[in-house]
Write a protein that binds this ligand. Sequence first.
Ligand SMILES: [Zn+2]
Length: 116
Amino acid sequence: MKTRSAESPCVAITRTGLSLIEVTAAILVLGIAAALILSTARRCVSTADTAACHSNIGDIELQAELWLQHTGSWPANDLSDIDGDLDYFPSGLPVCPVDGTSYQLDGAGSVVGHTH
Ligand SMILES: [Zn+2]
């Protein structure tokens, strides 16, 4: 923004720079943009965690079905017997990425809870 000096009408002195209102407006706009971006990023992370939980449920139910075919009985409801077998979960039992809880079976090979 250019302003003309009020001291002398004959000498034109120009000032370059931003006024306090312009700086405040720019900070306000940047703050609003940052809030919108953070909100969207947080929502994307939540959606990805929910999708990962559903994927884990599918994996666990599939491995429980394989356990049933190999042993003739469903794994324990807390999955303690299948957890130690590296043929089923080589990197260990997954935990829910949404709330950090472990998965439980209902006795018929279905994971209970995790309705997020
Ligand atoms: Zn979950």
